[in-house]
Design a protein around this ligand. Structure first.
Ligand code: NAD
Ligand code: DAU
Length: 350
């Protein structure tokens, strides 16, 4: 029975991953650690709360003592590091916490795992692996053509992507220097249930439902490559099982859309399904994000050739599932958007 230490499992992708893994495998043990920042929400994990193979521990990935205790008391096979500060706009306002979690937190996990997995010089207990969940944003921005491959040079522009690139480089350094067993995954933009409504898709759904303006940064023509979150979870599972030592895997489903196209798609669905007064009149062009990357586009050839990964959910299907989920779970959004988030969001466009 393999034991997974999942970090950041109360966040958007992490909680989807926890639910995906516990549904897929009967014989795994999964320990979820999360410090429960504004982005972490145990409500996401209600359905597995009492699951016999699941444990939640509230802790910070920078806490060496607590992480060591977890390794002391459990024979951990895999560390899957989702924990991060993840929002670009927040990183522009306050970069320091991004370095704290995304760089120092990553380093702490590597150190503790290395300590407990070592059996000799540059030798580790068999079958152990550290997986760093990273992002396409570390590659920077594309022009009108071409894609990010695993050998595209890192060229991060925001404090967020710079901190993720730094974390990745630390993971690479552990593989190169100590032959430490690792994989790095770099996925494109995810969407789906449980995404915090500071990110484009849930923000637009939420604002439409509240008849609030839809802030479009710059000209709205920046392009993101959208992947349904469950397809990301499936890819990570495949990398854990079959990823080759030290390798990086890009994850994406060739689904590039301009931001304005995404916004208009959501408006159209909600207009037809919920309320005819949800219209494009809500669209409001606002000041551009500083250093705004123009285009992301992933080349997923490597993961599809090497591991047989392909996405299952087309955007047209995924966006409807996502909109329906937010419609059915309005309380979730209301709960998570009270308090600190509300102040942040209210002040943002003043
Ligand atoms: P999220 O912000 O929704 O969740 C992050 C989680 O990490 C939260 O539950 C938070 O409480 C926890 N956390 C933050 N700091 C912590 C710390 N110091 N110790 C322990 N827990 C901490 O983020 P997400 O969108 O789910 O992203 C998860 C990971 O996937 C991140 O590493 C991100 O860089 C990467 N990623 C995200 C996307 C995307 O589109 N959202 C795409 C590619 C990669
Ligand atoms: O590409 C993967 C990355 O995707 C992840 O690493 C990040 O953690 C995740 O947050 C996401 O980053 P983006 O910056 O691409 O996502 P965001 O939802 O913040 O913005 C998507 C696009 O929409 C971007 O071009 C900015 C724009 N935008 C965003 C918001 C929140 C708007 O025009 N208006 C908005 O209100």
């Amino acid at each position: 029975m393999k034991t997974y230490l999942v970090t950041g499992g109360a966040g958007f992708i992490g909680s989807n991953f926890v639910l995906y893994m516990l549904k897929k495998y009967d014989a795994i043990k999964l320990i979820n650690i999360d410090s429960l920042t504004y982005a972490g929400n145990l409500e996401n994990l209600k359905e597995v709360e009492g699951h016999p193979n699941y444990t939640f521990v509230q802790t910070d990935i920078r806490d060496e003592k607590k992480i060591s205790e977890l390794f002391e008391n459990n024979d951990i096979d895999y560390v899957v590091n989702f924990a991060a500060e993840s929002h670009v706009d927040r990183s522009i306002e306050n970069p320091s916490v991004f370095v704290e979690t995304n760089v120092n937190g990553t380093l702490n996990l590597l150190n503790v795992a290395k300590k407990y997995w070592t059996i000799g010089e540059d030798q580790y207990k068999p079958g152990k692996k550290y997986i760093q969940v990273s992002t396409d944003e570390v590659y920077g921005s594309l022009g009108d053509t071409g894609y990010f491959t695993e050998s595209t040079p890192l060229d991060p522009h925001s404090p967020y992507s710079a901190s993720k690139a730094s974390g990745d480089l630390m993971v690479k350094a552990y593989a190169d220097t100590y032959k430490f067993p690792v994989n790095i995954t770099r996925c494109s933009n995810n969407y789906g249930p449980y995404q915090f409504p500071e990110k484009l898709i849930p923000l637009v759904i939420n604002n439409c439902l509240n008849k609030e303006s839809l802030p479009v940064y710059g000209d709205g023509l920046n392009i993101r490559d959208w992947l349904y979150v469950e397809d990301h979870c499936k890819a990570i599972d495949m990398v854990i099982n079959d990823g080759k030592q030290g390798e990086v895997y890009n994850i994406g489903g060739h689904n590039e859309r301009t931001n304005i196209d995404i916004i208009k798609t959501i408006i159209k669905h909600l207009n037809e399904k919920v309320d005819a007064s949800i219209t494009e009149d809500l669209i409001t062009y606002v000041k551009d994000r500083k250093g705004h990357d123009r285009r992301y586009g992933i080349d997923p050839q490597k993961i599809s050739d090497a591991l047989g990964w392909l996405p299952d959910t087309a955007f047209e299907e995924g966006i409807i599932k996502t909109i329906d989920w937010y419609l059915e779970n309005r309380e979730w959004t209301q709960n998570i958007t009270s308090g600190e988030y509300k102040d942040y969001y209210t002040n943002m466009y003043k």
